[in-house]
Design a binder for this molecule. Structure first.
Ligand SMILES: [Zn+2]
Ligand SMILES: [Zn+2]
Length: 398
């Protein structure tokens, strides 16, 4: 039974092969094609997977020599090893297990492919571009023991056949972490590179920043070294002042690493760099669309213009019972809460303040009375300024 079934299959594939011969002859009389391109035109119809083998078989049947120059691909398909070499070179040192190959062909190549397909009414076949990328994918996968993946590949190669070069992009990595700032005197955000204004240039190593004198810069420095990425894009959970410390469990942040060379990094508990400690660093599948809600425990040092009236100072206790209205130009106001408040006078016109506040209250504005109601200046009837504030804890809310 099995034998006769097999026989039928062989006969039918032979029959199908015979069927394509008249059209194959016509094409080959008019055009010189390489084995890949000849095979590609009929492989799907015959249910075969190797274009090259089929092309060779057809050529043997027609008793033709391999032409010097393929009309469609101009021998790109027979010379893919040159491009494979470029792919291997450019991806050297990258961590990856999946990849995808894209190609930019001269329009004339696709035009000639279209000419043949429409002239001989060949439907449902792979385009020359598909074949090129597939062949390269197969070759590269075999060399590296990796896999082609289209949805979310670790590496994306784009081979420009017009200009003869290969581009490589590594999929971004998304991380969550927390940082402590243990030294005063540097801001949270980094100023962009002077030369390129943050776009990325040779002088900043394509990082977009060339100094590392901020929280952003220092964390980036650690991440560049660890992951070999080009740029870092931060989503901060709140911010602090240049003169602030960030203590406790640290401030949470999300960061997107562009074009990371290393993606299988073994993360350690803590990274120290010049007044910054990063901890809880972990790789995420995605960054949440909405920034998580949080509350902060802060310690402030406040100075008033005149002597402080102790009666007014006592009024601060009431702040936990009323909403704090943050007035923005664009909306009617945003209500926030102060959960805890404690104070200690340090002189006739200065005091320390400890508060637990909802994320989103600007501390300086709350002290000075800038578009926040109520505020310290108003309650104390005394112009207040914030000399310094530190974050003792920042808690994410679920
Ligand atoms: Zn060809
Ligand atoms: Zn630059």
């Amino acid at each position: 039974m099995m034998k006769s079934q097999q026989k039928i299959k062989i006969v039918s594939s032979k029959e199908n092969f015979i069927k394509i011969i008249p059209i194959v002859r016509k094409i080959s009389d008019e055009y010189d094609l390489c084995d890949y391109c000849t095979g590609r035109l009929f492989a799907k119809k015959l249910g075969l997977s190797s274009n090259k083998l089929l092309g060779k078989k057809i050529r043997a049947f027609l008793e033709k020599k391999l032409p010097k120059n393929c009309y469609i691909c101009k021998n790109i398909l027979s010379n893919l090893d040159t491009y494979l070499k470029k792919m291997l070179e450019i991806s050297h040192g990258y961590d990856f297990s999946t990849f995808v190959v894209g190609a930019m062909l001269k329009p004339s190549v696709t035009d000639r492919d279209d000419v043949i397909r429409s002239k001989f009414k060949l439907r449902g076949i792979d385009s020359v571009k598909t074949d090129i990328t597939q062949q390269l994918g197969k070759k590269f996968a075999k060399k590296n023991k990796t896999n082609v993946e289209h949805i979310s590949p670790d590496l994306t190669f784009t081979i420009n056949f017009k200009k003869d070069y290969c581009e490589l992009k590594a999929r971004s990595l998304l991380l969550f972490g927390r940082y402590n700032k243990t030294i005063r005197g540097f801001p949270q955000k980094q100023t962009p590179c002077n030369n390129c204004d943050g776009i990325g240039c040779v002088s900043c190593n394509f990082h977009g920043i060339s100094n590392f004198n901020s929280v952003e810069g220092k964390i980036s420095k650690i991440l560049y070294d660890k992951f070999g990425c080009t740029k870092t894009k931060f989503t901060w959970i709140g911010g602090e002042d240049k003169s602030s410390l960030v203590l406790g469990k640290g401030r949470p942040f999300f960061v997107k690493l562009q074009n990371p060379k290393k993606r299988k990094v073994r993360l350690v508990k803590k990274y120290h760099y010049d007044g910054i400690i990063i901890h809880d660093l972990k790789i995420l599948d995605q960054i949440p669309k909405q920034i998580p809600k949080f509350r902060s425990k802060v310690k402030l040092s406040v100075v008033a213009q005149k002597t402080i009236n102790p009666k007014n100072l006592k009024l601060l206790k009431g702040l936990t019972k009323i909403p704090i209205l943050i007035l923005e130009k664009t909306n009617k106001g945003n209500k926030k809460s102060i959960y805890e408040i404690k104070y200690k006078k340090s002189s006739t016109n200065s005091f320390l303040l400890w508060m637990t506040i909802q994320g989103g209250i600007s501390i300086k504005r709350f002290i000075e009375g800038n578009s926040i109601k109520p505020n310290l200046t108003e309650i104390l009837e005394n112009k207040c300024t914030c000399k310094q504030f530190d974050f003792n804890e920042i808690d994410l809310l679920k």
